[in-house]
Design a protein around this ligand. Structure first.
Ligand code: 5GP
Ligand code: ZN
Length: 120
């Protein structure tokens, strides 16, 4: 009679489990990173913690290790994508006004072109 486990239907949990195909660029114990299906730049990778967390506003003090792993992965991917020197943007969207659509924490790594600031 318990509530349904959100990880069953979560699109990013399904990608992590290999149930939905994606182009994975990095995988380790803490994080999985794959190319965004609708890229906004030549490099657009989503870096996702293996543990299901809803968004950046739902983090707690015990999430530090997986959060650090996301940033380490971002540096490694920036290097392998060839944007470490030219620059890149790391984005966490939270809530409707930010356009958040997937309720599993993810960091966007975007690069490969000049990115406007402030964002539109
Ligand atoms: P958000 O707006 O929630 O921060 O970003 C969600 C991102 O996930 C969007 O950029 C969207 O293009 C991407 N996305 C949604 N569904 C899929 C999918 O099935 N596969 C991949 N690779 N990316 C997805
Ligand atoms: Zn999930």
């Amino acid at each position: 009679m318990g509530s349904v486990d959100p990880r069953e239907e979560c699109i990013f949990c399904r990608i992590i489990r290999g149930e939905i195909p994606s182009e994975i660029v990095l995988r380790n114990r803490q994080v999985v990173a794959f190319r965004d299906i609708s890229p906004v730049a030549s490099t657009h990778v989503l870096i996702v913690p293996v543990a299901h967390v809803v968004d950046a506003a739902h983090l707690s003090g015990t999430d530090g290790e997986s959060l650090a792993a996301m940033f380490v992965a971002a540096r490694e991917i920036a290097e392998s994508e060839g944007v470490a020197e030219s620059g890149f943007r790391l984005v966490y969207n939270v809530g409707e006004d930010a356009g958040n659509t997937v309720a599993h924490l993810h960091m966007h790594l975007i690069g490969g072109r000049l990115l406007s600031w402030p964002p539109g």
